[in-house]
Design a protein around this ligand. Structure first.
Ligand SMILES: Nc1ncnc2c1ncn2[C@@H]1O[C@H](COP(=O)(O)OP(=O)(O)OP(=O)(O)O)[C@@H](O)[C@H]1O
Ligand SMILES: O=C(O)[C@@H](O)C(=O)CO
Length: 418
């Protein structure tokens, strides 16, 4: 197998898997470390974990277990996928997991590359930008769990890891992969452990993809994977054929939105204007046992062949703050997640087959509640958001990272499903 990917969350994993498939690689995504006996026939396997904000030791243990499973399948190269906004804290988990993977592989050097230019995540002189704004000035500075207050990725990485970081600037990227290889060798020889790679555009992705072809472990966002896959001329196949196994099943659809990101707020507003929708009542999620069943009945009644009904907890930051002040941030978000998990189960029992879900945590809980062990990856709805089809179940899902997709994403998903 060419590539084994360890992803630190659900939607981030479908993001990278979608790019591999879009390059014609046969790709399978497995949710959690699978049983030893499982055999997979694919060019790439993505193991999705939920290790972005758990205690660092747990993230290390689970990532190493994933690595061992992938090693046993003779993967030629390993990719640690984290968020293109480098979601982490001075405790981790990107640094500690990268160090543990390097140690386990007997390596002492890797690249750090949280980029995805098509979605506005670029690096210049080691500084990460989100749609042209430095990371620390973007919405990420207010993230409840991993607030990002420094755009300098060398500094952020050094604060949570064991080694020192250098930069391969965009001027070197412009010179091509030989120059990048030489710059990497120089950084390594000078005792650095991590190289933060600049990327401003798709051409830079192709250059870095070629330059890291022989590196045992690489780390970053799906832009790097896109560049790597472009360099694998021998493996690249027909993208439509690679996406065949993940083609959405036909059936009744529902939209479940549990993300409060800026983009999801815009997507929910656009969808509400034209489709049946209902807002989640957080207090009833917390106190009323029968509430989820009531929501399920509403969804069933609204599924009349037009746009799919939407249940949304999405709210703008000021309203969310009021809810969190009143009920507690952890308590309210757990209650909302429980509600979406149970709702998905009730709707599956009622025969719903397409689930369009917004938010990484929300996608995680929905997938787990539906008992899904893995996905075949299908066609992309938007960069980084493919339709995926559950292994062993007649269910299709579109799992959207909070800030991904255009305003009409929920419509786009249904259009592509046909
Ligand atoms: N109205 C609400 N009140 C309280 N908590 C909420 C509400 N709406 C959503 N939440 C919680 O906020 C969290 C949103 O996280 P989620 O990962 O699903 O979205 P995101 O952070 O925007 O997405 P991503 O991680 O892909 O960027 C979930 O735990 C969800 O339950
Ligand atoms: O890299 C990204 O931005 C996404 O795949 C993601 O991980 C968001 O949670």
């Amino acid at each position: 197998m060419r590539l084994g990917v360890i992803g630190d969350d659900f939607t981030g994993s479908t993001d990278i898997a979608g790019f591999l498939v879009a390059n014609g690689l046969r790709t399978v995504q497995l949710n959690g470390v699978p049983e030893d006996a499982l055999q997979v026939d694919a060019d790439a396997v993505v193991i999705s974990l939920k290790t972005r904000s758990c205690p660092p030791q747990q993230a290390i243990d689970e990532s190493l277990a994933a690595l061992r499973w992938l090693q046993a399948r003779d993967c030629e190269q390993f990719f640690f996928k984290y968020c293109s906004t480098f979601d982490s804290t001075p405790k981790g988990n990107i640094g500690p997991v990268t160090d543990a993977l390097l140690d386990a592989l007997g390596e002492d050097f890797t690249v750090i590359c949280p980029v995805l230019p098509v979605n506005g995540r670029t690096i210049y002189n080691g500084y990460l930008f989100v749609n042209g704004v430095p990371l620390n000035e973007s919405g990420m500075r207010h993230h409840p769990v991993t607030p990002m207050t420094d755009a300098n990725i060398m500094r952020v990485m050094e604060a949570q890891s064991r080694g020192k970081a250098g930069n391969v600037p965009s001027t070197v990227m412009d010179q091509g992969s030989r120059a990048v290889r030489a710059a990497l060798a120089e950084l390594k020889a000078s005792g650095l452990r991590y190289a933060v790679l600049d990327a401003l555009n798709d051409a830079h992705l192709a250059v870095m993809g070629e330059a890291v072809a022989d590196m045992m472990l690489v780390t970053g966002g799906s832009g790097l994977a896109d560049g790597m896959a472009r360099a694998w001329i021998d493996l690249r196949g027909d993208a439509a054929k690679a996406a065949e196994g993940g083609k959405p099943v036909k059936g009744r659809a529902v939209v479940l939105s549990g993300s409060c990101s800026q983009m999801t707020n815009a997507q929910v507003a656009a969808y509400r204007a034209e489709a049946p929708s209902i807002a989640v009542d957080v207090s009833r999620c917390m106190e009323d046992e029968g509430y989820t069943a009531e929501l399920a009945e509403w969804v069933k009644a609204q599924a009349q062949g037009g746009p799919a009904p939407m249940v949304y907890a999405t709210m703008p930051p000021d309203e969310l703050k009021k809810v969190q002040d009143r009920y507690g941030a952890a308590e309210s978000s757990e209650a909302v997640e429980r509600n979406f998990g149970r709702l998905a189960q009730l709707l599956e029992q009622a025969g719903f087959e397409q689930f369009v879900v917004a938010g990484g945590e929300t996608s995680g809980i929905v997938t787990q509640s539906l008992g899904i062990k893995g996905f075949a990856i299908g066609p992309q709805i938007a960069p980084g958001v493919p339709w995926v089809r559950a292994v062993g179940k007649n269910l299709s899902l579109a799992l959207k990272s909070g800030n991904f997709g255009q305003e009409r994403f929920f419509f786009d998903a249904q259009e592509i499903a046909g």
